[in-house]
Design a protein around this ligand. Structure first.
Ligand SMILES: Cc1cc2nc3c(=O)[nH]c(=O)nc-3n(C[C@H](O)[C@H](O)[C@H](O)COP(=O)(O)OP(=O)(O)OC[C@H]3O[C@@H](n4cnc5c(N)ncnc54)[C@H](O)[C@@H]3O)c2cc1C
Ligand code: FES
Ligand code: FES
Length: 1363
């Protein structure tokens, strides 16, 4: 991502004081001879005289060193895509310290004296591939590959420090890296190959590997089942002694006895590295407002996202006086402010190993929170001093430090003093704060005493690398030998603008006994004292209130147990049923097994079809050599584009004032609707808003400038005046009120629904809400548009699933024929449906700018803009009425769906068609009516997303099945079994199918997962545990691939054979990480009967393959495979006479001969497409070519007090028919499952009531990390027949998504158990996602009863649901 080099003064209230300093030239240091930043990148010395020191390393290495392996995906330190290894020499210990760091938060100035290793420095195809890179690739740990360099760097750095890591270290090392494709399991597995004893597939401590066991006990393997997706024997050995040495020059620099203060001068800022503590204190007097820049993890984001500006930075990183740890037997541990949080962890670990347990309660509590605080990349750069001083309101450490009576040692020129980390300090009361000339020298963490208890508690949307929703640090000291409270401390994070304390509550309770009455009073008091207003920022108000007392209760139990441990006679223990409430869920290293059909032993060894062939770009992914759009080297004269988007949901544009913009440095032009020579409104999709805006996030204009930062800064100066238009429609409810729809109703119906309802035992009616989902592809939308000098030609490079569509939009916008527009697509860093239609709009926006300026335009969306502009999965609202018999047989269902389509048509109508057609899922309901309609709202237009409506629609089906089961007092699985398709059947729209594979998947899933035995065990667990509950669910699936319109299923390919025998395969499909190109090479290899190594594919383009349809709907391999097959077969037919003549000849000889005989060695292949149709008038059709079946069983454990859940195990059975590439197919199944699990559990978009998307980055929108995936995952590809598809395969790209709902329903199963025990038998709504908030608030109890509730009519909430 392009970051500029300049920072400008901005006018926010937050930085007004800083601005004053900036405007006062007198206080800038005079710089006759500024110093040079000296550091190493990949072993090469870099001496920077002119770089702006605050420039993030990510931008620096990508732009100035063309090291594009380090990726931008968020810019906020939260995704790990930009991970690099930083190495420093410590002259005190004489040791070299290697640590991972996020390059997007590392200012270049902070790297003086450091050695940086990027993925290119680890290994490359040109030189030598490192074992980490090789194994990640060979273990199938890459799909789109965009996260892979970051993954490599995390594992590589771990190995530099621990050449034989433990599995736990591997999991921890990956905790800060997001991957949206793989589901993490193969990535962890690749890391585990370095562990002392490879623990791949070691089943639950048995130490036995399923792969090695003929008679494996863990899963009953049927005949001819393979479990090896790669061969460990092929891995090159890892020799840690072969790593590059640390540059001796840096050692000399670090040991230089004559070190002096260094000053780096940038264009706008000055970076000063003090040489001693005294020097630092001196600087603090000279520049009182200058930040002390340590990890930059608080300052960096404030500059980037909050427009803070600092003219001077003081950077004492590594100053010995700040980097130390001292422990005394009495006074606790004193830790230097310069210690990173990782060093803090090491120190605390040492302390707890040395000291008795009762003395180290604070230290243990801190350690617990440190394990999940951000990822290791952040923990290695963020410092204790920075954390304590920046005092984030969500701080995980400060509440514990305060509860543990920690103090801060301050130093200034005037001397030393101590201040307490207490309520006043955390609440930023000026008298309790640092003075501007003071710095934090260290923090003292005292030991706890025998009669003192300290704990840290937290709950976040996901377990690791997520800010707490609420956290707490609490301590209590008792009068010796009693349970009388002598001192009580309570601190809460994320409950207000600062960490909050509850001094009145604590005072009131002092002197009380630690008993239930005290607890009850404590809850009442603390709720009164810590008030979260109903419209509080962050929302989840009632949940947060509940957490305040739920966490308190947890503390209460912990202390009670602690007292009992001291004196069991005097202090009663907590009830046995409550014990499990004490502990948080552990972080386990995931493990699993993948099973698939073995290749027929008679198949030619050269034929790769059916083998788990590695992704063809995998090694390039892991070495960082795979080129994504923004990795394309700069094009001469290129400009960068920044967008200006609407801030109103529905308004007239009164004026657009760009007068200040053009005067901004570097700005070349501003582009508006008036600059579109052709179509600004293409089929209802508006490129640049004209006259009015219809959602927040609509593009109003763009600014083209010489750097991205110039464009971005200038874009802020565009002034747009609006006048709101009524109505403003944000939610489906509002759309229904206003009769606002994007298209008409779609309906299917069978039987006689009205009649059927008259003859059923029971009728239930209900509603289900399913919220939307952000694609969160790791590579944001990226486009490079290059105008050609001749004939108005325009070439676009971009990551898209539909180059033809981009071509159509661009041609329309520029008013030129499509033959002047070339769209090239090599690969996309993830897509998931989000790159079907949106790149067309953005491509046209970009092409208009390129056309106007006459210069190439690079248009890379920042993560926040991408999330805002491109929208995602459709939120859904459903009303249902179900008629059923006492025995669970469902006789009638009447279902009405509405989706929130947003402000333009996009693909909403088609999404509704799909969800209606797929809405019966695996169940035969003889009288069935389903209707659906897309609502038009003033939200950004929602679009295609893996599963295309099905994952939302079928949650409703499972929800009403569950409700029926509850009414009939049956297990949901029993009702599913009763109503499931069993024999040759017809869908509700009249298409015949054989559900035999569905039955097989279902049965095998129940059996192999030992569902009934585990369900029984879960019930026993639930009886013994009041606050933790387990739940299981099995979900069957009948999925369809393809499109009910035949021409959308067509595909074309172009196969060239060159005279050396090498082959080029081009087709219209796009490589978006799903391994399409790999499979196509497998197909061509089989058809041409040549090794895969002869065949190459280098992307697709509208010039090579015209009019290609989108790569979506799980159809990529089906359609393109047949086209490639066709082309190859044409070529082979041409070659046949030559082969017949010389059957023993070599391929190369045949080719030479063919050329000599003037036989064309190039052929186009074509697949007409599956013949599908749907007559919506009649509601009947042969809508889909075939069905994909599956089943999944998941087991979870839920913490009823916090709403946390842990996914214990998942078993997936997927009907793959014959898998062309089991590694790729299993990768798709697992990846989709985890993405589905995210949709149904933790991924939550937040909108303001005004229609503003509030969740615009990985901090606010959490996708699953390595900690969320099942502790155990078993995937089986079930063999069946599918003669219609190439090699009898099936398209598996999307199907796994819905199986993620097994987690949702397992959670509901656990929640139901909790509710039952609390006497709550009323059936509750099952909405999605089932977030920690929803879980906690549904497990109602005395705490949820206790919290204050607000009258919704009296306030405007911070966020609303839009489904
Ligand atoms: C992606 C991400 C995830 C995070 N997740 C969590 C989380 O889950 N939980 C959590 O609690 N925190 C989290 N954080 C916050 C993180 O812990 C803090 O940002 C960090 O500890 C600040 O330390 P730093 O060294 O980077 O500070 P810097 O940004 O370098 O400095 C911060 C401030 O401290 C001042 N300062 C620094 N050192 C001193 C000193 N010695 N004396 C006086 N002033 C000083 C500076 O002047 C500056 O104002 C996260 C941050 C990021 C980026
Ligand atoms: S881009 Fe740096 S962490 Fe995401
Ligand atoms: S492979 Fe990890 S994000 Fe695509």
């Amino acid at each position: 991502m392009s970051e500029g080099l300049l920072r400008l003064v901005t006018h926010t209230s937050e930085n007004r004081s800083l601005r004053k300093e900036a405007l006062c030239p007198g206080i800038m240091p005079s710089l006759p001879n500024p110093d040079k930043i000296i550091f190493f990148i990949n072993g090469r010395k870099v001496t920077e005289e002119n770089a702006d020191p605050e420039t993030p390393l990510l931008h620096y290495v990508r732009t100035f060193h063309h090291l594009t392996g380090t990726k931008y995906a968020c810019g906020s330190g939260a995704c790990g895509a930009c991970t690099v290894m930083v190495s420093r020499y410590d002259p005190k210990t004489k040791k070299i310290h290697h640590y991972p760091a996020t390059a997007c938060l590392l200012p270049v100035g902070s790297l003086h004296g450091a050695a940086v290793t990027t993925v290119e420095g680890v290994g490359s195809i040109k030189t030598r591939i490192h074992p980490v890179q090789e194994r990640l690739a060979k273990c199938h740990g890459t799909q789109c590959g965009f996260c892979s360099p970051g993954m490599v760097m995390s594992i590589y750095t771990l190995l530099r420090n621990h050449p034989e890591p433990t599995p736990e270290q591997v999991t921890e090392a990956l905790g800060g890296n997001l991957c949206r494709c793989t589901g993490y399991r193969p990535i962890v597995e690749s890391g585990k190959t370095f562990c002392v004893k490879s623990t791949v597939c070691q089943m639950k401590g048995s130490g036995k590997c399923c792969m090695d066991q003929e008679e494996s006990s863990c899963v009953n393997k049927p005949e001819k089942i393979c479990t090896k997706l790669y061969d460990e024997n092929e891995f090159q050995p890892f020799d840690p002694t072969q790593e590059p040495i640390f540059p001796p020059e840096l050692i000399r620099m670090a040991e230089d006895p004559n070190k002096r203060r260094l000053t780096f001068q940038g264009t706008k800022t000055t970076w000063i590295i003090p040489v001693t503590l005294d020097d630092l204190l001196e600087l603090k007097i000279t520049f009182p407002s200058a930040p002390i820049i340590m990890g930059n993890t608080a300052v960096g984001p404030s500059i980037k996202f909050k427009d803070a500006f600092y003219p001077v930075f003081i950077s004492p990183v590594g100053l010995p006086e700040l980097c130390f740890a001292d422990a005394t037997d009495s006074g606790g541990v004193t830790i230097g402010a310069g210690y990173s949080l990782a060093q803090l962890t090491d120190t605390l670990l040492f302390t707890i190993s040395e000291q008795p347990k009762e003395k180290t309660q604070t230290h243990r509590a801190l350690l617990k929170h440190l394990r999940t605080l951000a990822g290791l990349q952040i923990r290695n750069i963020a410092t204790l001093g920075g954390h304590v001083v920046s005092r984030p309101n969500y701080s995980d450490l400060n509440p514990i430090l305060a509860a543990g009576n920690a103090t801060i040692n301050l130093r200034s020129k005037d001397g030393e003093r101590q201040i307490a980390i207490n309520g006043q300090f955390l609440e930023r009361v000026p008298e309790a704060d640092l003075k501007s000339e003071e710095i934090v020298l260290s923090v003292n963490i005292p030991y706890s005493t025998q009669w003192e208890f300290v704990a840290g508690l937290r709950q976040a949307q996901r377990q690791e690398n997520a800010f707490a929703i609420v956290n707490a640090g609490m301590s209590v000291t008792f009068e010796e030998g009693t349970n009388t409270i002598k001192d009580l401390k309570m601190f809460y994070g994320s409950v207000g603008p600062t960490v909050a304390s509850a001094p009145e509550t604590c005072k009131e309770l002092t002197g009380r006994q630690w008993n239930d009455q005290m607890l009850s009073d404590a809850c009442r008091l603390v709720l009164a004292e810590i008030h979260i207003p109903p419209d509080a920022e962050g929302g989840m108000v009632e949940y947060r209130r509940t957490l305040i007392i739920s966490l308190l209760f947890k503390f209460y139990l912990k202390v009670k147990r602690g007292l009992n441990k001291i004196d069991p006679q005097k202090f009663p223990d907590i009830p046995e049923k409550f014990v499990s409430a004490l502990e948080d869920f552990p972080i386990e290293t995931p493990q699993g097994l993948q099973m698939f059909q073995c290749v027929d032993p008679h198949q030619s060894p050269q034929d790769p079809v059916g083998h788990p062939v590695m992704h063809k770009s995998a090694i390039k992914h892991t070495t960082g050599e795979a080129v994504y759009c923004d990795d394309i080297p700069p094009v001469a004269d290129e400009l960068f584009l920044a967008v200006v988007t609407s801030t109103r949901a529905h308004a007239k544009i009164m004026s657009i004032d760009t007068s200040e913009v053009l005067a901004h440095p570097g700005v070349v032009d501003v582009v508006t609707a008036e600059d579109v020579p052709g179509d600004n409104n293409h089929s209802g999709e508006v490129l640049y808003a004209q006259n009015k805006v219809i959602c927040v996030g609509q593009i109003v204009c763009t600014v083209a400038a010489d750097t991205y930062l110039h464009a971005k800064e200038a874009a802020k100066k565009v002034k747009i005046a609006y006048e709101d238009i009524e109505p403003r429609i944000i939610t489906i409810e509002q759309a229904l009120e206003h009769n606002s729809f994007l298209s008409g109703e779609k309906k299917i119906e069978q039987g006689n629904i009205d009649e059927a309802f008259k003859h059923v035992d029971h009728i239930i009616e209900g509603e289900v809400h399913v919220e939307g989902q952000e694609h969160f592809y790791m590579e944001t939308q990226s486009i490079l548009a290059i105008p050609k000098q001749e004939d108005k030609e325009m070439v676009l490079h971009l990551g898209t699933q539909f180059p033809t569509h981009v071509q159509e939009f661009v041609a329309g916008a520029l008013n030129i024929p499509r033959n002047r527009v070339e769209c090239c697509m090599r690969r996309a860093g993830g897509a998931f449906g989000g790159k079907v239609s949106k790149p067309s709009l953005l491509g046209a926006v970009c092409a208009v700018a390129a056309n106007k300026t006459g210069r190439p335009i690079r248009f890379i969306l920042e993560r926040g803009d991408d999330m805002l502009i491109t929208a995602g999965r459709h939120p859904l609202y459903c009303k249902y009425k179900i008629g059923f018999m006492e025995n669970g047989v469902i006789k009638a269902a009447d279902v009405e769906y509405y989706v929130n389509g947003g402000c333009t048509p996009d693909e909403s109508e088609m999404v509704v068609e799909f969800l209606v057609l797929k809405s019966e899922n695996a169940y035969h309901i003889p009288n069935f009516r389903c209707r659906g309609r897309p609502c038009k709202t003033n939200l950004p237009s929602n679009t295609a997303f893996r599963g295309f409506g099905y994952p939302q629609a079928t949650v409703v089906v499972e929800a009403y099945i569950n409700t029926v089961a509850a009414h009939c007092n049956l297990l949901p699985e029993e009702v599913k079994e009763i109503n499931m398709f069993k024999k040759l059947s017809k869908t509700a729209y009249g298409q015949t199918f054989n559900p035999e594979p569905l039955r097989r998947c279902w049965k095998e899933c129940l059996e192999k997962s030992s569902f009934h035995a585990r369900k029984q065990a879960a019930e026993e667990f639930n009886q013994k545990n009041y606050w933790k509950k387990r739940g299981l669910a099995v979900i069957p699936m009948k999925y369809t691939i393809g499109i009910p319109i035949s021409f959308y299923n067509q595909a074309a390919a172009l196969v060239h054979i060159y005279l050396d025998g090498s082959v080029m395969v081009i087709h219209g499909g796009c490589e978006i990480g799903q391994g399409l190109y790999t499979k196509m090479i497998q197909v061509a290899s089989r058809e041409l009967n040549i090794p895969e190594s002869y065949i190459h594919s280098n992307g697709t383009s509208t010039v090579a393959v015209p009019n290609a349809v989108f790569t979506a709907g799980s159809m990529g391999t089906d359609a393109n495979g047949r086209a490639v097959q066709n082309a190859c077969q044409i070529l082979m037919a041409r070659l046949q006479p030559i082969i017949r003549e010389n059957p023993e000849g070599k391929w190369e000889e045949w080719i030479t001969k063919a050329f000599a005989e003037s036989i064309s060695l190039s052929a186009t292949g074509y697949f007409k497409g599956y013949q599908t149709n749907m007559d919506w008038e009649k509601g009947k059709g042969e809508a889909f070519p075939y069905f994909v079946y599956g089943a999944a069983c998941s087991e979870v454990e839920v913490d009823c007090l916090t709403g946390a859940h842990k996914l214990l195990r998942t078993d997936i059975f997927m009907d793959a028919a014959f898998s062309i590439n089991p590694a790729i197919d299993i990768g798709q199944v697992e990846g989709a499952f985890i993405q589905g699990m995210g949709l149904y559990t933790i991924e939550e978009l937040k909108y303001s009531p005004e229609g503003v998307l509030l969740s615009r980055g990985p901090d606010d929108y959490q996708i699953p990390t390595v900690t969320e995936i099942p502790e155990e995952i078993y995937v089986t590809l079930v063999h069946s027949q599918n003669p219609i598809a190439i090699y009898s395969s099936k398209g598996l790209g999307e199907a796994g998504m819905f199986l993620g709902s097994s987690v949702l329903f397992a959670i509901y199963d656990a929640v139901t158990a909790a509710r039952k025990e609390r006497g709550l038998t009323k059936i509750f709504p099952m909405n999605s996602p089932v977030t920690p908030e929803l879980i906690r608030m549904t497990c109602m109890d005395q705490f949820t009863d206790m919290i204050p509730r607000d009258d919704p009519s009296t306030f405007t909430p911070w966020s609303i649901h839009v489904s």
